[in-house]
Design a protein around this ligand. Structure first.
Ligand code: BES
Ligand code: ZN
Ligand code: ZN
Length: 474
C-alpha cells in the first residue's frame, strides 16, 4: 500500500519516531534519556550509524548522517537510510512514523521518499499479503513546504504505478489493457487521453508498429496523453515517447533459453512516459507535456513479420528487417515521426531497447544519446537529483554506416558491436527536432533488491521526467 507523507508542527513524544542527526553534538538531550544518550555515545561509529530503542509505548530510532558530498549524493544517502529504516518499521508493524528532521535543507523529505519507495511490494498475486502496515510518514521540518510534500506524494504514487505496470504479467496486460491504464491515469489526473485504434494506426501508415503487431492476436494501440495548462512556460510541447512492447518473444527470431523470461517488462519506457505525464498533470505543473505510446506484443505466428521484409514507415522511409527481435526501434520510429506534428521543444524517448545498453553499464545508469540540437545540462542536473544518472554515448556519423541496407533506406540491425548506439542511430532517422534517447534496458527491471529501488520493476524514468518537468515549469 502506498503510504503518504504529511506535515506536522508538533511531535507527539509517545508515538513512534525517527530522529535524523548530522552531528553528535546536535543531539538534543530532550529527545533522549540519559541511558540512551550514553549508549549512542559509546557505540556510535562508522559501522553503526542507526540506533533503535524500544520504549514499550513506542519505538525511537536515531539515524546519523555525515555532511560529506554534494547535495544530490546526500539526498541519495537519505533515501537509502529511509529504506533501511523501513525494514525495521515492517518488523515492528509500525503504521505511522514521525520524522524529526533538523536539517536546513529539509533532507527528511528524501528520507521519507526512501521509506515509501522501499516499502513497495507487488503482492497482488500472493495469497499471503505483505505484512507492512505503513500508512503515514509524518514530517517535522519547517523548511519543507506543503507543495514539496504534495509533489513528493505524487512522485511516489506515479513510481508505484510505473512499477505495477512493469510487474504485471503479459496475460493481464495486453496492448489494449495497458491503454485502459493510460485512460485511468487521465481520469485521475486531468490529462487528456486518446487511444488510437488499429484502423486509425493503419490510416496513419504506422508501418513499423503494424509490422511488429502482425504476429499478435491483439490489435496495436497508440496512446496520446496530453497536459496543457493555460499559460505554460514552454511555447512548444515537451514530448515523451515510450516503448510499449507488452511482451517480447523476439518474434520469428524467437528468444532462446531463459532470455524470454521477464520480457513482460519491455514496456518500461511506456510505463515511465505515461506515469510521468500523470504526475505532471496531477501536480498541475505549468508545462505543456505530451506522452506518445505505441503498444503491441512481438510474437511469431503465421502472419508475423519476417527477416528480409521491407517496411514503409510513418515518415515514408523504408526499413529492411534483419532481425524481428529488434522490434522496439520499429514501433518507436513511428511514434517519433508522429511527434513531428507538434513541433516539439524537446522529445525524450525511453525504451528497454537493447541488451547491449544493459551489458555496457548495468543497472546503475541510463544509456543516453542525443542529437546536436540538445544541451543535456538541465536533464543531467535533474537526473543527478533523483539519482537516475545519465551516461552519454557518442552518435558519430561512422556508427550510421552500420545500419545501411542494400535494398531499403536503412536496416533494423547494426553489427555485433555498439548495439545500443546503432539502435540510437536508427531512431535518429525519424527525428527532426531536439531529441534525447534514453535506453533504460539496464535499470528498468532489477533481478535483486537495490535499496529503495526494490526488486522487479524499478520505475526508472518516472522520477527523472517529473523532476525535469518541475524544473522546466519554474
Ligand atoms: N527488449 C529487448 C532488449 C532487452 C534485452 C531489454 C534484455 C532488457 C533486457 C529488445 O527488443 C531486443 O530484443 N534486443 C535485442 C536486439 C538484437 C536482436 C539486435 C538484444 O538486445 O538482444
Ligand atoms: Zn526484441
Ligand atoms: Zn524489446
Amino acid at each position: 500500500m502506498l503510504a503518504s507523507i504529511v506535515k506536522t508542527k508538533r511531535i507527539k513524544p509517545k508515538n513512534n519516531r525517527a530522529i535524523l542527526v548530522e552531528s553528535l553534538s546536535s543531539l538534543e538531550v530532550r529527545d533522549l534519556d540519559k541511558n540512551e544518550l550514553a549508549y549512542i555515545m559509546k557505540h556510535h561509529s562508522d559501522d553503526q550509524k542507526s540506533f533503535s530503542f524500544n520504549r514499550f509505548t513506542h519505538h525511537l530510532f536515531v539515524v546519523f548522517f555525515d555532511r560529506k558530498g554534494k547535495i544530490h549524493q546526500r539526498k541519495e544517502a537519505y533515501r537509502k537510510a529511509g529504506d533501511t529504516l523501513n525494514t525495521l518499521l515492517k518488523q515492528h508493524e509500525i503504521d505511522k512514523i514521525q520524522i524529526c528532521d533538523h536539517t536546513k535543507e529539509g533532507m527528511g523529505l528524501y528520507f521519507a521518499e526512501g521509506i515509501i519507495l522501499g516499502n513497495y511490494s507487488f503482492d497482488k498475486y500472493k495469497t499471503k499479503k505483505d505484512k507492512s502496515k505503513l500508512k503515514e510518514v509524518i514530517l517535522y521540518n519547517d523548511v519543507i513546504s506543503q507543495k514539496q510534500i504534495d509533489r513528493m506524494n505524487i512522485s511516489n504514487e506515479a513510481t508505484y504505478w510505473s512499477r505495477d505496470l512493469l510487474n504485471e504479467p503479459h496475460s493481464t496486460l495486453s496492448s489494449t489493457a495497458i491503454a485502459k491504464e493510460f485512460k485511468k491515469m487521465g481520469k485521475q489526473s486531468g490529462a487528456k487521453v486518446e487511444v488510437l485504434t488499429k484502423a486509425k494506426i493503419e490510416s496513419l501508415k504506422m508501418g513499423g508498429l503494424l509490422a511488429v503487431n502482425k504476429g499478435s492476436i491483439n490489435p496495436p494501440t497508440f496512446t496520446v496523453m496530453e497536459w496543457k495548462p493555460e499559460k505554460p512556460t514552454n511555447k512548444k510541447p515537451l514530448i515523451f515517447v515510450g516503448k510499449g512492447v507488452v511482451f517480447d518473444t523476439g518474434g520469428l527470431n524467437i528468444k532462446t533459453g531463459d532470455s524470454m523470461y521477464g520480457m513482460h517488462m519491455d514496456m518500461g519506457g511506456a510505463a515511465a512516459a505515461s506515469t510521468a505525464l500523470f504526475a505532471i498533470a496531477k501536480a498541475k505543473l505549468n508545462v505543456h507535456a505530451i506522452a506518445l505510446i505505441p503498444a503491441t506484443d512481438n510474437r511469431p505466428d503465421g502472419n508475423a513479420y519476417a527477416p528480409g521484409d521491407v517496411i514503409k514507415m510513418h515518415n515514408g522511409k523504408t526499413v529492411e528487417v534483419i532481425n524481428t527481435d529488434a522490434e522496439g526501434r520499429m514501433i518507436l520510429a513511428d511514434a517519433l515521426s508522429y511527434a513531428q506534428k507538434y513541433k516539439p521543444e524537446l522529445v525524450i524517448d525511453l525504451a528497454t531497447l537493447t541488451g547491449a545498453a544493459a551489458r555496457a553499464i548495468g543497472k546503475h545508469g541510463i544509456v543516453t544519446m542525443k542529437n546536436k540540437d540538445v544541451n543535456l545540462k538541465a536533464l543531467n542536473e535533474s537526473s543527478e537529483q533523483v539519482y537516475e544518472r545519465l551516461v552519454e554515448f557518442p552518435m558519430w556519423d561512422e556508427y550510421g554506416e552500420m545500419i545501411k541496407s542494400d535494398i531499403a533506406d536503412i536496416k533494423n540491425l547494426g553489427g555485433a558491436e555498439a548495439g545500443a548506439i546503432s539502435a540510437g542511430k536508427f531512431l535518429e532517422h525519424f527525428v527532426d527536432y531536439p531529441w534525447v534517447h534514453l535506453d533504460i534496458a539496464g535499470p528498468a527491471m532489477l533481478s535483486s533488491r537495490d535499496s529503495y529501488r526494490g526488486k522487479g520493476g524499478s520505475g526508472v524514468g518516472t522520477r527523472l521526467l517529473f523532476e525535469y518537468a518541475q524544473q522546466m515549469g519554474k
